[in-house]
Design a binder for this molecule. Structure first.
Ligand code: FRU
Length: 495
């Protein structure tokens, strides 16, 4: 009890010291390993994206944020806004911890017809989050805060709106009850919440304040669940509901406003190590389904990126549901908005990559986008990019023909737990070709294979002095059909 009240006071003090980023704190965006076109807070620890939504002409990104020196785990919701989903402006913390506990992950919705009654008949923004209260044995409950202007947020006086029901009959005996994802379900004309932490539960509400339990998927467990409908590309009137397990896996199925019924097995979203707590955006102005994910994980120690820690957010990924040989699969590609960052194009067509040569010897840069297509070449073992070449901390992104796998290998940081590793994903060639679409930032890589059939997202820690790139072949020459490379602009330092 004593510890928690001290921690709360310390946390509140530290948060009040964190203004929106000013010019001085933005200078820290020039340091090595500071992502240049991915979102990071100016300082402090960041984890899950929260409350992703489009409201009054701006994209609102909230995120789990703790001040320096505080325990990890998201004491409050940090906040940033964007006009284009790419360039971000920091805002003051939106929802800060209080005597009811820390503000853990959740979502936000635009309450267009003021079902909540908070906005005098006008539209407003309602955030739905988890209180995690160590003073009550880590009790978790769901609460709401509202905002008419997307700038100042008021916590609802009668919070929590959904207390921890663990000990009541019919409820799962599960102490984890968190990360509510809420959306408007048009067919039943009410709000739906999928909430888990442990067991997946679905609630409904007419007004975001009063919630009714609809169903429990007692065999499905996850943090940060999401539930949304995706049309099957190219098949009129066909769609599936997707239950996302924090972006680690997805289940396809049906949802009637009451219960999610899965069909088939869990499929991975991403084979990278640094892809967690995904959330899709609510209230977009078009019918795309866009997902943003925490590009990091809970597994590291000694991560050397002060004054920020906890990695960054991924680029926005657009999700599509496609028919493939084995059924239906989700494909992820970078949202088209990201193209605004491209600098001058360099391109190559119809080249042979011979072992020992480096076609990209003249290319350098710590922030690059590369689109390349290779022919499956008999006799060759693999092709790969070294980003950067040189230095002791290598990242190699490539493809092995015999295994039909794309891979990302990181090495040279055995001082960081779980860093040195290879992530790999099956990627059958398409019409005898393999395509890789790579985004390289100063401490991350995102690799999309064959138009999003496979994705690997990883943090990297390149040697700050190296910025050259190498493209090499092993075990024989490889035919390159085409390669395009663009330097990418920083979203923090405008030219
Ligand atoms: C996932 C998570 C959530 C929780 C949050 C706390 O990374 O553990 O389940 O709400 O982080 O910061």
């Amino acid at each position: 009890m004593k510890f928690f009240s001290d921690w709360l006071l310390l946390s509140i003090a530290a948060l009040s010291l964190q203004p929106a980023a000013d010019a001085a704190s933005l200078s820290s965006y020039s340091k090595p390993w500071r992502p240049q076109f991915h979102f990071t807070p100016a300082s402090g620890w960041m984890n899950d994206p929260n409350g992703l939504c489009f409201f009054q002409g701006s994209y609102h990104l909230f995120y789990q944020h703790s001040g320096e020196g505080l325990p990890n785990g998201g004491a409050s919701w940090g906040h940033a806004v964007s006009k284009d989903l790419v360039h971000w402006e920091h805002c003051p913390p939106a929802i800060t911890l209080d005597e009811k506990g820390a503000i853990w992950s959740g979502s936000a919705v635009v309450d267009r017809s003021d079902t909540s009654g908070f906005f005098g008949g006008k539209p407003g923004l309602v955030c739905i989050y988890t209180y995690m209260n160590p003073a009550e044995g880590d009790r978790q409950s769901q609460a709401i805060a509202y905002s008419a202007d997307g700038k100042t947020f008021t916590k609802y006086q009668k919070n929590p709106v959904l207390p921890q029901l663990r000990y009541q009959p019919g409820q799962p005996d599960d102490e984890s009850f968190r990360d509510p994802k809420v959306f408007w379900h048009a067919p039943t004309k009410r709000w739906v919440m999928v909430v888990a932490g442990g067991t997946v539960r679905i609630y409904s509400s007419p007004n975001l304040r009063d919630w009714t339990l609809e169903s429990i998927n007692k065999d499905i467990n996850t943090e940060c669940p999401d539930l949304f409908e995706l049309p099957v590309e190219g098949v009129a009137k066909e769609s599936r509901w997707v239950l996302s397990g924090g972006g680690r896996w997805y289940l396809l199925g049906s949802f009637d406003g009451h219960k999610f019924v899965p069909e088939g097995k869990k499929q991975p979203f991403n084979y990278g190590h640094d892809f967690y707590a995904s959330q899709t955006w609510n209230d977009l102005s078009d019918d795309r389904r866009i997902m943003t994910t925490w590009l990091y994980n809970w597994d590291y120690n000694n991560w050397p990126t002060e004054p920020f820690s906890g990695g960054c957010m991924t680029l926005p990924y657009e999700l599509k549901l496609r028919v493939v040989k084995d059924g239906l699969r989700i494909f992820s590609t970078p949202a088209k908005e990201v193209q605004v960052l491209r600098g001058e194009l360099q391109s190559w067509v119809d080249k042979t990559i011979t072992p020992g040569s480096n076609l990209l010897a003249g290319v350098c840069g710590k922030t690059l986008e590369i689109e390349a297509e290779f022919e499956v070449t008999p006799g060759a073992a693999s092709f790969a990019f070294k980003v950067p070449r040189g230095g002791s901390n290598q990242t190699v992104i490539g493809y092995r023909f015999a295994e039909k796998k794309m891979f990302v290998t990181r090495s040279g940081r055995s001082d960081i737990k779980n860093f040195d590793r290879t992530d790999e994903e099956p990627l059958p060639p398409q019409n005898g070709c393999v395509k890789l679409h790579i985004f390289l930032d100063s401490s991350s890589v995102e690799v999309f294979g064959n138009d999003g059939a496979a994705v690997i997202t990883d943090d990297i820690l390149p040697d700050p002095l190296c910025d050259g790139i190498e493209l090499f072949a092993e075990g024989g020459s490889v035919r390159l059909i085409a390669l395009k490379a663009w330097p990418l602009q920083s979203i923090w330092h405008q030219p």
